[in-house]
Design a protein around this ligand. Structure first.
Ligand code: XMP
Length: 510
């Protein structure tokens, strides 16, 4: 691993990331390791403890991801199995795992009968988050029960000094004492010292950039108006000074303040920036196009074309800087990484331009990138902005994209953002945006019939965009959003609220 810490062995799904994030939040470095690499975990001396993640399979299925008995026999560092990971420990060492009579899903009452060491500092009865159909039915020899629920007698079990297992999910916020339980494992059992703080990591990252790029390498960095590319550019600029050239392609599909933000940021932080105005190019290519996929393809390929032209006009470069984050890097059994990657708009560019990739944020999670950005002097309101899709407002306008619709969408986006900030909810949301539905409806404004556009409002909460919940907004807030939109944007007659979660919906409409 990159430094001393906890290896989180991944058995699929998104659990592994959540566990690793929680451990990093405790100030201890954590890395995700695919289960096939278990031998590395045994011999790597930087691995001070191991967590086995949850996963969607059943341990007794033929192709289920597993660890051999040998792993548990020779491992000489503390191991914590969570859910599927707990069942693996039991199964590998001679216990029995099977379908539970009653599965447990959601908040469940746990009774602790042996507090040491995982439950120290937590009450005898506590709520934990369960999500399992299978469970451990019989323990391997010399294991003890530490806690039970009504339907799951073996909800926590252990064989001291090194093997610990919990059927519930301590990494989930609904497990009331989850943080304490992870702390007990990391600090009391594994005796790891705090060693991870993203601001300390800045120095290391700068050194790494210098080593990769060498003394004369030139780097090209595209700013998108988003957080990741901004932090990647500012960090790289700190490392290389004048050898980073940034640029921003104005597609005409961005939010109202995107270009101004990027210009302000680069002035404020002294980045070398070229702004390319490609608005009319994008708008004429999109003229009359209705199909969402076709819109995306047109935007993607035009972006690459403009990028190529501008890059060669700017001179010779050796590296392309990308704000790739840790979840995008880790192959996680079809998790968030794959989906978000498929959205990347510059895919294929580095090869075509003969550039090597520079990805200085590839070890970091989004919150860590925000913290790093703060430390680097990027203004907080910029860092807290919601994610915005590469194809921009084109996928938030149903049907053809026109200057008029873009203008209405931009103004509506601004109004919505302002209201949410005024009401103090903006930062509770993963994303909030208006969608131009392309539908007109009748309304009454000032005693007169008004035939105007219907705007939909989408507000979601999410951890990683893989799944999302529609936001259960207070009716007073919805009322304020609708009335402000209608009164400030004369072209609108009606506002509707999108109450579709993901799945089955996606976050964006197109
Ligand atoms: P969906 O709509 O697939 O979106 O649920 C998941 C997350 O990805 C963002 N998104 C994109 N990001 N290029 C991007 O960089 C894209 O083409 C793109 N499409 C969607 C979306 O805003 C959400 O956060």
């Amino acid at each position: 691993m990159k430094r001393d810490g906890v290896a989180v062995i991944d058995f699929g799904g998104q659990y592994a990331h959540l566990i690793s994030r929680r451990i990093r939040d405790l100030g201890v470095y954590a890395e995700i390791v695919p289960f096939q690499n278990w031998k590395e975990v045994l011999i790597d001396s930087t691995v001070k403890a191991v967590v086995l993640s949850g996963g969607p399979a059943s341990v007794y299925e033929t192709d289920a991801p597993e660890l051999p008995e040998e792993f548990f026999k020779i491992v000489n560092k503390p191991v914590l199995g969570i859910c599927y990971g707990a069942q693996l420990i039991a199964q590998a060492l001679g216990g029995t795992v099977g379908l539970a009579e009653d599965g447990e899903y959601g908040r469940t009452r746990l009774v602790v009968n042996k507090a040491e060491p995982l439950f120290i500092g937590t009450p005898e009865q506590q709520d934990v988050w369960m999500s399992h159909g299978d469970q451990v039915l019989a323990l391997p020899s010399s294991f003890n029960i530490a806690a039970s629920t009504d339907n799951c007698k073996l909800a926590a079990f252990q064989k001291e000094p090194n093997l610990y297992a919990v059927q519930f999910h301590p990494e989930v916020a609904h497990t009331t004492y989850g943080k304490q339980i992870l702390e007990n494992f990391v600090f009391n059992v594994a005796k790891i010292e705090k060693n991870w703080n993203v601001t300390d990591y800045v120095g290391e990252a700068i050194k790494e950039i210098r080593e990769i790029v060498g003394e004369n390498g030139m780097v090209l960095g595209a700013l998108s108006g988003g957080v990741d590319s901004a932090v990647a550019c500012v960090l790289t600029d700190r490392a290389l000074g004048g050898r980073l050239q940034c640029f921003y392609i104005d597609t005409g599909l961005q939010r109202a303040d995107d270009e101004a933000y990027v210009r302000h940021l680069s002035q404020h932080l002294g980045l070398k920036l070229k702004v390319v105005n490609a608005k009319s190019l994008f708008l004429s290519a999109l003229d009359g196009v209705v199909d969402p996929e076709e819109k995306r393809k047109i935007i993607g390929s035009l972006f690459i074309k403009v990028f190529e032209q501008e890059a060669s006009a700017l001179g010779h470069f050796d590296f392309l800087l990308q704000g790739t984050l840790y979840p995008d890097v880790v192959e996680s059994g079809g998790g968030a990484a794959n989906v978000i990657k498929s959205h990347h708009n510059v895919g294929g560019l580095p090869e075509r331009l003969g550039l090597k990739l520079l990805e200085p944020l590839r070890w970091l999670y989004k919150d860590e990138v925000r913290n790093m950005g703060k430390w680097l002097g990027i203004p907080e309101d910029f860092l807290m902005r919601h994610p915005f899709p590469g194809p921009g407002l084109a996928v938030r306008i149903v049907g053809p994209v026109k200057e008029e619709y873009l203008d209405i969408s931009r103004r509506a986006d601004r109004v919505l953002e302002r209201v949410l900030k005024e009401e103090g909810v903006y930062s509770d949301l993963w994303q909030a945006f208006p969608v131009f539905t392309g539908v007109k409806s009748v309304g009454v404004k000032g005693d007169a019939r008004h035939y105007g556009w219907v705007m939909a409002v989408r507000m979601v909460q999410s951890v990683d965009a893989m799944t999302a919940d529609w936001y259960r907004a207070d009716p007073e807030l919805l009322e304020k959003i609708a009335s402000t939109l209608i009164s400030e944007i004369p072209e609108l007659s009606r506002v509707v609220y999108d109450i579709t979660s993901k799945p089955p919906g996606t976050i964006e409409w197109e």
